[in-house]
Structure formats: structure tokens, C-alpha cells
Design a protein around this ligand. Structure first.
Ligand SMILES: Cc1cc2nc3c(=O)[nH]c(=O)nc-3n(C[C@H](O)[C@H](O)[C@H](O)COP(=O)(O)OP(=O)(O)OC[C@H]3O[C@@H](n4cnc5c(N)ncnc54)[C@H](O)[C@@H]3O)c2cc1C
Ligand SMILES: *[C@@H]1O[C@H](CO)[C@@H](O)[C@H](O)[C@H]1NC(C)=O
Ligand SMILES: *[C@@H]1O[C@H](CO)[C@@H](O)[C@H](O)[C@H]1NC(C)=O
Ligand SMILES: *[C@@H]1O[C@H](CO)[C@@H](O)[C@H](O)[C@H]1NC(C)=O
Ligand SMILES: *[C@@H]1O[C@H](CO)[C@@H](O)[C@H](O)[C@H]1NC(C)=O
Ligand SMILES: *[C@@H]1O[C@H](CO)[C@@H](O)[C@H](O)[C@H]1NC(C)=O
Ligand SMILES: *[C@@H]1O[C@H](CO)[C@@H](O)[C@H](O)[C@H]1NC(C)=O
Ligand SMILES: *[C@@H]1O[C@H](CO)[C@@H](O)[C@H](O)[C@H]1NC(C)=O
Length: 618
């Protein structure tokens, strides 16, 4: 089943892939080439590292990326077309394993195979999470360098606030002083829609868990807010456009594209493994070559491929490695364990409003008109990701669910639940209706307790590993799935602002809701509506595409077997090895309750400084 069919039929018409040649981009290495640092994977983390390490003119850096350049791909540039890239030539096309919590369903998991990685295909939402996430990581790892007080400067290096595409006055929609001066361009929606002001008005009317927040990136991660996106001048701002394109003339950075790392090799003949050789190939059966870093290899292949490469290299659960005849170099059962993603349940309503953007998906002429307008001057609907407003809230302290477990969030300002408001039918798994006006509320669990895994199923890097996010497999998560729907239902039925939209639950939701107007959130888990809403969640959940946590960092002094063990030390070096670090979304030691790209950029900015300090480069 396809997760994102959104616009794919229409957008395939406009896809172009005109790779433009840029300096220092190679498809093979020179004989005798030597590098201080070899970075595997040119996604968010790899692009940031390539830039920050090559700032030091005395070091040579090699970045190896499995995909090619995103430049010239119109669907990467046009924000509204982002979802059409799932299942395209720049998607790894992973499929998750059948999900026991979803009645055996499985679906595709999108991951970018291109310079810029998943930031070229993502929905561009820009959240940095609450301050308390970083403080929690400092606590878990015993390294105060991760605390917000110490990491704020790295967040400020990642991005800067720019004007929205339509230049509207953003007073009250964002707090400029909370933003920094880095290369990723961030803006609020450049084409606000009628629904956006309805949700904001409702949030101001209702308060409580729906309370309006001027800026969700100012410390507290709770509230209803105008969504910020990695968009500047109406175009997607991604890791390659922000961190690589501006430094294309650096002579101490080489970028090897269309090349896949196949495993890492120990260069030590005895003692602690020293893992500085990267083996690579350009096709499944093609010749293997290798390159050895003089200082360090940094694995930034992302939350799926980084644990896959470690396991292929003999670093992982030894029973699994033994089954596949891979010699265990470092035994650690946590390599690939701990995969967590945010489950997302799309809720559809019909509306009597005629100002939704449904016609874009229903009428090719409307689609082409919006696209032409974007091409003419980067304005109009297509400057936005398909949603402009989001809400984050907590399950309150007194809720019965806490009697059977600890808080799943990092702290009191981190959310458990989220909703994203879309002014049309946003299709997940089914084609949009050919007529009608709709509201979609994307309901998500952002602090789930379920944990899954990424485990290799063969000895080839060209076979996909078994990816199991284990969605909705804990009592907390199934409770939270019902709770998030009930909270949204209650908001819709009690806030007068929504009354003007004439909302009615649509499709399977119509029979799951006993009655939109009745607020039955007090019902216990044994009642009929609870059962119906849970069935709806099980049948319709997908994910927000935020997998993380497969190679967690931890206290540098804890051993593999201790309870606070992780895979990496608090400076992101692989425990039990020399010469090897991991920097990407794998390293999160606990679930981040927001859209995670800004967190990956921020973690990587710190990692770049840790590396520079270690080698005396600053
Ligand atoms: C469809 C979608 C929507 C999303 N929406 C949002 C959003 O709205 N907001 C948000 O904050 N986040 C969003 N995300 C998540 C966000 O984009 C990712 O969390 C982030 O990009 C992760 O960064 P990374 O560096 O860990 O990995 P990636 O950016 O995925 O980079 C990994 C790179 O490694 C390369 N690679 C993999 N294996 C190899 C190999 N063997 N050899 C060489 N190279 C290799 C890949 O090709 C890729 O370029 C979304 C993601 C997707 C896919
Ligand atoms: C993903 O699947 C699509 C459709 O089958 C295909 O065109 C594309 O090339 C695939 N992507 C990769 C990286 O192989
Ligand atoms: C934007 O709006 C605010 C509040 O309405 C106002 O004070 C401010 O002067 C406006 N800014 C500009 C540049 O018009
Ligand atoms: C690259 O270009 C920038 C600006 O165009 C310039 O400041 C810098 O010196 C150049 N670097 C090299 C290595 O040529
Ligand atoms: C592992 O090696 C054994 C002995 O050489 C062989 O019988 C077996 O088929 C191998 N297994 C795999 C998965 O390659
Ligand atoms: C952009 O072009 C559209 C027509 O395609 C026009 O209506 C609009 O006014 C233009 N906007 C700007 C800011 O030039
Ligand atoms: C895992 O490997 C086995 C044996 O090669 C194969 O039959 C199976 O299809 C693989 N599973 C997946 C999900 O790729
Ligand atoms: C939509 O329905 C609501 C509720 O019945 C009503 O108040 C509103 O006027 C209607 N709006 C339109 C545009 O018909």
C-alpha cells in the first residue's frame, strides 16, 4: 500500500531530472586520493558535516552519497509538490514489515536517495522541539553539552527566518528573536488559507491544550501555531541547497555521487577495532573499491542505512550476525534496536466551505494554473507545503493512563499528541474524491512508547533491511491513538469558529464517530466508541516519516551491558571502536516530540565542533 499518493498522478507530468554539473562532484576517486575525513551519506547530517569540516582549509573531506544531485528536479523545488517524490527515482522505496499493531498492514517508508537526503523530499515543517528535549538528553548521557543552554548556539547556526513568499506582515505569527543566522531558510506560509485563521481563532477561543503559541520554536513545544517551513523565496530550502551549493568551489571537499557504501572495515590488526576504511560500489554486482580516512569515518547514512552498514560490518547483535555468517567485530544488541516513529491517523471531514484547495487535485487546469503561477514568480498556493497550522499538546498529569507507566515525553513542555490542519482532502493510501470540499486533520502521537528495529536480512548492502517501527504495539500507544482523535473531536465540536465550516465526518470516520456534536471523551476504554475509534486508528494509521533512534548515544562510561547502555558515547563515537562516529537521526537517545529535521541539523552542528575539537582544528 502506498503511503503518499498525493498528487503523484498529476505531478509526474512535471517531474524533470536535469542534474547540473557542479564543481568537485565526482563519480570515481583519483588514484592515490587521500582524505582526513570520509563521510558516508550526503543527507541532512552529511551535508552539514561536509560543509563545517571543509571550513578548515588544512583538511581534506570526502562525502560519499548513494544518489545524485537534486538540482533541476522541479518537484524538489516547488514546496507543494513535495509529496509527489515518494516512490520516485530519489526515494529508496523501503517497505516496512507487516505491523502487528496495524492488523498486519505494511506500507512504504520514504527516504531520500539524493544529495540533501530526506530534506529534499520531506514536508518541510520546521520544529526544533522544546528546550526540555535537549536537557533530557544531557541527563540521559551525563553530558551537559547536550543541554539547551549549551546547544542553543548550534540551533542558531542552522537556520534563519526569512519573509514569507507573499511578503505579508507576520507580526503575531512568529517570534523573530527566537531565530538564528544559519543557511537553511525558514518562513511561515507564503499563501495563508481561510482554514488557517479558523483554526487560530478556535485556538484563541478555546485555550487550554489548544492555546495559541506565537512561536513553537521559542522554547515551549506546546500549543497551536502557524507552521514554519524550510522554504525561502517560495522554494524548498534543503540540506544540499543550504550547506553544499554555496561551497561548491572549495577544493578540499570531494563529493562522490551515485556510490553506495557497502561496509566498513577494521584497519587494526589487533586490539580495539579501528574502523576507518569504507568499501563502496556503484551497483549490486559492480566492483568493490575502498578508501581509508586518515583521521575518521563518519556514518551519516540515516536511521535505516547507518545501522544496516554497522551490522554488515560486524557491529551488532551477535546472534543475528552469526546467522548471516558475518564475523562479529563488536557485539551490541542495541545496534538497530530502538527504532521509533510517530504514528499518524488522517481524519477526513466534508465541509460546506468552498475555499479549500481540493480543486487542485480534482481539475488538471487548476493544478497547471497554480504551477504556472509558481514558475512565473514563485507565488500562490504552491509556495506552501500542503499545511500551514499545527497543534501540540499533552495528555494531562491526572489522566488514568499514567497510573500504569511513566511519562513518555522528555519533559513538561514536550508534547504527546499533535494535529496538522489541511484545507483539503490530503490522500494517504487512497485517491482523493473527485468532487467535494474537505478538511483533513492529521492526528499524530509524537511521544509513543513502542520501539521497533532495523535488522539486516542478507549480507548485501543492496538488499533492504527488515524495518519494523512496531507502530501501536503498546497499551499507551493504542490509548493515545484514541485520545488524540477524541481531543480533536472535542475541539471541533466545542469551538464556535468551526461551526461555520459545516463539518461532517467522512468515510470510515463517519461510522467511528458516534456523533460529532456529542463530546464523549469521558467514556471509558470499554465503551463502543473507544473500540470504534481504535479500529479506525488501526485501519488508517501511517507515519509522519520521522524514524529515529536506531543507534542511540549514551553515557560515555556505560558499558554495552549496563541499563543505560547505548551504541555511541556522548560524543557520538561507536563504543568499542576507534576511528568511527555516527551523526544522523539514528543517534537520538529518546523520542523527539516534533518534526525532527531541525533537531538533526542542530545535533550535527554540535557534532562538527566535537570533531574539530578532537583533532585540534579549532
Ligand atoms: C516524506 C518525508 C516527510 C518528512 N517531513 C518532515 C517534515 O515536514 N519536517 C521535518 O522536520 N522532518 C520531516 N521528515 C524527516 C526528515 O527529513 C529526516 O528526519 C532527516 O532528513 C533525517 O536526516 P538524516 O541526515 O538522518 O538522514 P537523510 O537526510 O535521510 O540522509 C541520509 C543520506 O544517506 C544516503 N545513504 C544511505 N545509505 C547510503 C550508503 N550505503 N552509501 C552512501 N549514501 C547512503 C542517503 O541517500 C541520504 O542522502 C520527513 C521525511 C520524509 C521522508
Ligand atoms: C522507486 O520506485 C519507483 C517506481 O517503481 C522507481 O521509478 C524508482 O526508480 C525507484 N527508486 C529507486 C531509487 O530505485
Ligand atoms: C505589522 O503589523 C503590526 C501589528 O498589526 C504593526 O504594528 C506593524 O507596524 C506592521 N508592520 C509593517 C511593516 O507594516
Ligand atoms: C569560493 O567563492 C567564494 C564566494 O564566491 C569566495 O569568497 C571564496 O574565496 C571561494 N573559495 C575558493 C576556495 O575559491
Ligand atoms: C553460513 O555458512 C555455513 C557454513 O559455511 C553454510 O552452510 C550456510 O549456508 C551459510 N549461511 C548463510 C546464510 O550464508
Ligand atoms: C505573480 O504572477 C501572477 C500571475 O501568474 C500574478 O497574478 C501575481 O500578481 C504575480 N505576483 C507578483 C508578486 O508579481
Ligand atoms: C529476507 O530474506 C529471505 C531469505 O533470502 C527472503 O526470502 C525474504 O523475502 C527477505 N525478506 C524481505 C522482507 O526482504
Ligand atoms: C455551513 O454550515 C454551517 C452550519 O450549518 C452554517 O452556519 C454556515 O452558514 C454554512 N456556510 C455556508 C458557506 O454555507
Amino acid at each position: 500500500m502506498k503511503t503518499y499518493t498525493l498528487y503523484s498522478a498529476l505531478a509526474s507530468v512535471v517531474l524533470a531530472n536535469l542534474d547540473s554539473a557542479a564543481a568537485r562532484i565526482l563519480t570515481s576517486l583519483d588514484q592515490g586520493a587521500s582524505y582526513d575525513f570520509v563521510i558516508v551519506g550526503g543527507g541532512v547530517a552529511g551535508s552539514v558535516l561536509a560543509n563545517r569540516l571543509s571550513e578548515v582549509s588544512s583538511v581534506n573531506v570526502l562525502l560519499i552519497e548513494a544518489g545524485g544531485s537534486p538540482n533541476g528536479n522541479l518537484a524538489v523545488e516547488v514546496p507543494f509538490l513535495g509529496t509527489s517524490l515518494s516512490g520516485s527515482a530519489i526515494d529508496w522505496n523501503y517497505t516496512i514489515t507487516p505491523q502487528t499493531g496495524l492488523n498486519g498492514r505494511s506500507f512504504e517508508l520514504t527516504r531520500g536517495k539524493v544529495l540533501g537526503g530526506s530534506s529534499c523530499l520531506n514536508l518541510m515543517t520546521w520544529n526544533r522541539c522544546a528546550n526540555d528535549l535537549y536537557d533530557h538528553w544531557a541527563y540521559l548521557s551525563g553530558d551537559d553539552g547536550w543541554s539547551w543552554a549549551n546547544i542553543e548556539k548550534y540551533y542558531l547556526k542552522t537556520s534563519r527566518l526569512v519573509a514569507p513568499a507573499d511578503g505579508h506582515n507576520t507580526t503575531g505569527q512568529v517570534t523573530p528573536s527566537a531565530h538564528g543566522d544559519g543557511p537553511v531558510e525558514v518562513s511561515v506560509a507564503g499563501f495563508l488559507q481561510p482554514l488557517d485563521s479558523v483554526v487560530v481563532t478556535a485556538s484563541k477561543q478555546t485555550g487550554g491544550i489548544w492555546e495559541f503559541s506565537e512561536d513553537i520554536n521559542a522554547g515551549n513545544g506546546l500549543g497551536t501555531t502557524y507552521m514554519q517551513s524550510s522554504v525561502g523565496e517560495g522554494k524548498r530550502s534543503h540540506a544540499a541547497s543550504a550547506y553544499l551549493d554555496p561551497i561548491a568551489n572549495r577544493t578540499n571537499l570531494d563529493i562522490l555521487i551515485n556510490t553506495q557504501a557497502t561496509r566498513l572495515i577494521n584497519v587494526a590488526t589487533s586490539g580495539t577495532p579501528d574502523i576507518r576504511t569504507v568499501e563502496y560500489a556503484q551497483s549490486r554486482d559492480g566492483p568493490r573499491s575502498s578508501i581509508t580516512a586518515t583521521k575518521e569515518v563518519i556514518l551519516s547514512a540515516g536511521v535505516i542505512a547507518s545501522p544496516q552498514l554497522l551490522q554488515l560490518s560486524g557491529i551488532g547483535p551477535s546472534d543475528l550476525l552469526t546467522t548471516l555468517n558475518i564475523t562479529t567485530l563488536i557485539s551490541n544488541p542495541l545496534v538497530g534496536a530502538g527504532l521509533v516513529d510517530h504514528p499518524m491517523i488522517p481524519l477526513y471531514f466534508t465541509t460546506n466551505s468552498t475555499t479549500t484547495w481540493d480543486p487542485v487535485l480534482q481539475d488538471t487546469n487548476v493544478f497547471n494554473g497554480d504551477l504556472e503561477r509558481w514558475q512565473e514568480n514563485q507565488t500562490g498556493l504552491f509556495v506552501d507545503s500542503p499545511a500551514d497550522v499545527q497543534s501540540f499538546w499533552r495528555i494531562p498529569e491526572g489522566d488514568g493512563v499514567w497510573s500504569s507507566g511513566e511519562d513518555t515525553a522528555a519533559g513538561a513542555e514536550s508534547a504527546h499528541l499533535e494535529s496538522i490542519w489541511v484545507n483539503a482532502y490530503a490522500p494517504f493510501g487512497s485517491a482523493p474524491p473527485s468532487t467535494g470540499n474537505f478538511l483533513t486533520v492529521l492526528a499524530a502521537i509524537v511521544s509513543p512508547s513502542s520501539r521497533g528495529s532495523v535488522l539486516i536480512n542478507s549480507t548485501s548492502a543492496f538488499d533492504q533491511p527488515l524495518i519494523d517501527p512496531a507502530l501501536l504495539t503498546t497499551p499507551f500507544d493504542t490509548y493515545a491513538a484514541v485520545k488524540v482523535i477524541r481531543d480533536i473531536k472535542s475541539f471541533l465540536s466545542t469551538s464556535p469558529a468551526f461551526g461555520a465550516l459545516g463539518l461532517e465526518p467522512y468515510g470510515d470516520l463517519a461510522s467511528a464517530f458516534v456523533e460529532l456534536a456529542s463530546n464523549s471523551s469521558e467514556e471509558t476504554t470499554s465503551t463502543g466508541e473507544y473500540t470504534k475509534l481504535l479500529k479506525y486508528a488501526v485501519d488508517h494509521s501511517v507515519t509522519v516519516n520521522h524514524p529515529m533512534g536506531t543507534l542511540p548515544f549514551s553515557s560515555s562510561s556505560s558499558t554495552n551491558s549496563s541499563s543505560e547502555a547505548g551504541v555511541l558515547d556522548s560524543e557520538l563515537k561507536v563504543k568499542g571502536a576507534k576511528g568511527l562516529r555516527v551523526v544522523d537521526a539514528s543517534v537520538f537517545p529518546s523520542v523527539a516530540a516534533c518534526h525532527i529535521q531541525a533537531v538533526v541539523y542542530t545535533v550535527t552542528e554540535r557534532a562538527a565542533d566535537l570533531i574539530k575539537v578532537e583533532y585540534g582544528l579549532i
